[in-house]
Design a protein around this ligand. Structure first.
Ligand code: GDG
Length: 792
């Protein structure tokens, strides 16, 4: 119905307007024609009546008889339907003879002497009339072709009257009638033509619409069912102009739907692979980090492979195994150079290769300045605010810049196309996103900052704060573990850079490029691969107890960390001391095993810290040693992953007391290790994990009494309560696993890519900074809002 009206109304309106303009025009034209006709007619009448009048005059001598005869001629002539009246005037303008019907408003004086025959139209009360005159000058003989008679043969009176004039009045009421009829006919013609055109247009429109709908349906179906191997090309050329737009939109909608289904997705390696393949048009990703996932070391047994103690490696390695690709990292092992190919690449995992490591070689000076210096003596304490003073040296900064350049170059070399997906990891590579962006403008760069981000005042200490911020803003997305860190980052950008910040969508526009700032709480793989070959919790407990000579009743507490001053190891030891101090009846009934994986040991603050830990352990053990029982077992050596899990699985309590920690994966690993649903987690409120693992006993590590009380509560906790807490935490880690972490980032990245494609299709200039709110929204298109609504 709407379609019909859409066609009918404009047609009727335009035809109405045409009729309104054309009818008066046609009317005028017809009037002109009629007047011309009447002029010609008047001339003919003038001639024929004039001839008769002349003949009569030529024969007559008597005035009265002549007048009577003349009148007869006039009356006979007006017998015509349209000829209304006639009058003969003499040379002096006196009426000589006229018919009765001659209108009183006109007389012999009304004649325009100069224009005989050209009629005038006059409006009289009785209707319109056509008025003209014809001169009767010549005196003819009997026959038409004979010579005029000499004037002296006529009576003197008649001679004085010459030349006579014949006034001719035509009735024009028939013109009005015709005009009225014309109007009606024209109206009817317009109506009929209008109806015919409307009908035809409607039929054509309906046919075109059906044709288009079928075409678009085919297009959508074709795009949806196509894949990379069989790309869809529309057969109908009509759809080529919108093909790209529709393709991009279909993908965008699919991505949105996928996102809305995110909560229902069972996140595992295949879902991640699927996302990469379907949403990002590829299966390979490039990860770049300082730390490598496999370190080849020379040992007395030949070349051995070590998995480093690193949260970043723990998190990222399953992603690379799932997706394949290349991991660009510093080759830090003593045998690393021996195992790479000519392109510095090696396939890993060694027993079942799934992806490549591309190794970067750093000189001693580079490593000192970039890694130990700027990254770990500067940025690490700066971001952790753990009361260790950051050291910023300009020599270190220069090495940091050079090393970032080196890593970025390698990334660009590893890219197989112009728009790769690149995951830049951590604070060692803050400048890399911008350096990569300069060489690969089409890349999707996801940077993840694994450690906390401080507030603007604290960050302001860094002499190169602007460079660090600008470097990170080369990314498409910058991720942190918590929204709190995102806010701090945006606050810093606001304070130190000239950038536009849209807080509603957490987007920063810097130098014309949009960077989204999002919270992606990191996690671990579920279930951890290592558990497949791990003994049961009971067996692990037995093995650990045997190894350390513990009785069956002795409860095991573990702490597993890199030997880092941010992990709160000293505070943890003091809490154990306090626990015993408060209630010595626990003596010999528990043991606290602390694994301290050596880390950054060339840095003085780390060396001092390791010594302090050792001293504290000795002090407490000396204080509470009983028989051959010591409350603390300190293992300051690197352990293999399965060994780490043996301890986690064996423990009744795991202590994570970080003074400040981005997330802390040990807490999640402890939960994952306990499929027996036993055990308790004591967790620092300053670790990002405390936001998620609400089943843990949350403590302030600076409050030693509180932590000691936490130990007591955990060791006395009923099995039911342990189970309840553990179930809660396990379901969370299961659902929010590392595949979900990466998947969410990749989905966001895919939306950004689609958005970029749409902007490209729409012809929006990429290099201009959005200045209006509409442009800002354009930039933000593709941002997922928590309600699952895509902003377009
Ligand atoms: C950063 C952030 C964030 C420990 N000792 C050994 C060993 N480990 C493993 C653990 C765990 C990992 O190292 C440590 O992870 P964390 O998360 O505790 O911490 P960071 O290394 O500081 O990592 C942190 C993380 O990045 C991820 O984003 O959570 O906040 O600081 O997996 O099991 N592994 C081996 N031997 C050991 O002796 N093999």
């Amino acid at each position: 119905m709407k379609l019909t009206l859409r066609f009918l109304l404009p047609l009727i309106a335009s035809l109405g307007i045409m009729a309104f303009v054309l009818v008066p025009f046609v009317e005028h034209l017809m009037e002109v024609w009629f007047i011309r006709d009447l002029d010609i007619r008047s001339r003919l009448i003038g001639r024929s009546v004039g001839a008769e009048v002349q003949r009569l005059l030529s024969e007559s001598t008597d005035m009265t008889t002549t007048r009577k005869k003349l009148l007869k001629i006039l009356i006979k002539a007006t017998d015509d339907e349209r000829l209304m009246a006639l009058e003969i005037c003499d040379a002096e303008g006196q009426s000589f003879a006229k018919t009765d019907s001659f209108p009183s408003q006109i007389n012999c004086q009304s004649i325009d002497q100069n224009h005989p025959f050209s009629g005038k139209v006059l409006q009289l009360p009785s209707g319109s009339i056509h008025f003209s005159f014809s001169p009767i000058e010549r005196i003819l003989s009997d026959s038409e072709d004979s010579q005029p008679r000499p004037l002296q043969e006529f009576s003197a009176r008649i001679l004085t009257m010459l030349p006579l004039k014949l006034l001719i009045i035509h009735d024009m009421s028939f013109v009005d009638r015709r005009s009225r009829d014309t109007k009606i006919y024209m109206g009817l013609v317009f109506l009929c033509v209008g109806l015919v055109i409307a009908f035809l247009s409607l039929v054509i429109a309906r046919w075109s619409r059906t044709h288009w709908i079928q075409g678009v349906q085919k297009l959508l179906g074709g795009i949806r069912n196509s894949d990379d191997n069989e790309p869809f090309v529309p057969s109908n050329q009509d759809f080529l102009p919108i093909f790209k737009d529709v393709k991009a939109l279909v993908k965008e909608l699919e991505a949105t739907r996928q996102l809305q289904d995110e909560s229902r997705i069972n996140w595992n390696p295949s879902t991640l692979k699927e996302i990469l393949k379907k949403q990002l048009d590829g299966e390979r990703i490039i990860v770049v980090s300082n730390r490598e996932p496999y370190i080849h070391q020379n040992s007395e047994h030949g070349i051995t492979i070590q998995k480093p103690a690193s949260g970043l490696v723990t998190a990222l390695e399953p992603i690379l195994r799932a997706c394949s690709g290349t991991w660009v990292a510093h080759g830090s092992g003593t045998a690393d150079r021996q195992v790479v190919d000519t392109n510095d690449r090696v396939q890993v995992p060694p027993d079942h290769p799934m992806y490549l490591i591309r190794r970067i070689w750093l000189s001693k000076e580079e490593e000192e300045g970039y890694y130990y210096g700027f990254a770990n003596e500067g940025l690490w304490p700066l971001c952790h605010i753990a009361h260790t003073r950051p050291q910023f040296r300009s020599e270190d900064w220069i090495w940091y810049v050079k090393a970032n350049q080196k890593f970025s170059n390698a990334v660009c070399e590893e890219a197989t196309d112009s728009a790769p997906v690149i995951l830049v990891q951590d604070y060692h590579l803050a400048l890399a996103p911008r350096l990569i962006r300069e060489r690969l403008p089409g890349a999707t760069i996801l940077s993840f900052w694994h450690i906390p981000w401080p507030n603007a005042e604290s960050f302001g200490i860094c002499p190169w704060k602007n460079e660090i911020l600008a470097g990170l803003l080369g990314s498409s997305i910058v991720g942190f573990h918590t929204q709190f860190h995102c806010n701090n980052f945006m606050e810093c950008v606001d304070r130190y850079l000239e950038a536009r910040i849209d807080r509603e969508t957490n987007t920063i526009i810097y130098k014309g490029k949009a960077t989204q700032v999002r919270a992606y709480p990191i996690s671990i793989e579920w279930p951890p691969q290592v558990l497949q070959t791990l003994p049961t919790a009971v067996d692990c407990r037995r093995i650990v107890a045997e190894r350390h000579g513990l009785s069956e009743a002795c409860k095991i507490i573990v702490g597993i960390d890199r030997l880092d001053y941010t992990k709160g190891i000293i505070e943890r030891l003091r809490a154990v001391e306090k626990f015993l101090e408060k209630d010595n009846s626990w003596s010999k009934k528990f043991v606290f095993i602390q694994i301290g994986a050596p880390t950054r040991s060339t840095i003085p603050s780390y060396r001092d810290f390791a010594l302090e830990v050792e001293r504290t352990v000795h002090h407490i053990n000396d204080k509470y040693r009983k028989d051959n029982w010591e409350p603390i077992v300190y293992l300051p050596v690197h352990h293999e992953v399965d060994q780490v899990y043996h301890y986690l699985r064996a423990a009744e309590l795991c202590m994570v007391t970080s003074l400040h920690d981005g997330m802390n994966l040990v807490a999640k690993e402890y939960v994952a290790a306990h499929d027996d649903e036993r055990g308790t987690l004591l967790l620092s409120i300053f670790a990002g994990a405390s936001r998620e693992l609400t089943g843990a006993l949350i403590v302030n590590p600076y409050d030693i009494d509180q932590v000691a009380e936490g130990i007591r509560a955990a060791l006395s906790m009923s099995l039911d309560e342990q189970r309840e807490r553990m179930r809660l935490m396990r379901s969370l880690v299961r659902e929010y696993n590392i595949y979900r972490w990466a998947g969410r980032m990749l989905l966001d990245a895919s939306r950004i890519r689609l958005h970029e494609q749409l902007r490209y299709v729409k012809g929006i200039n990429h290099d201009t900074s959005p200045s209006t709110s509409e442009e800002l929204i354009e930039h933000n298109l593709g941002v997922y809002s928590p309600g699952g609504i895509l902003r377009i």
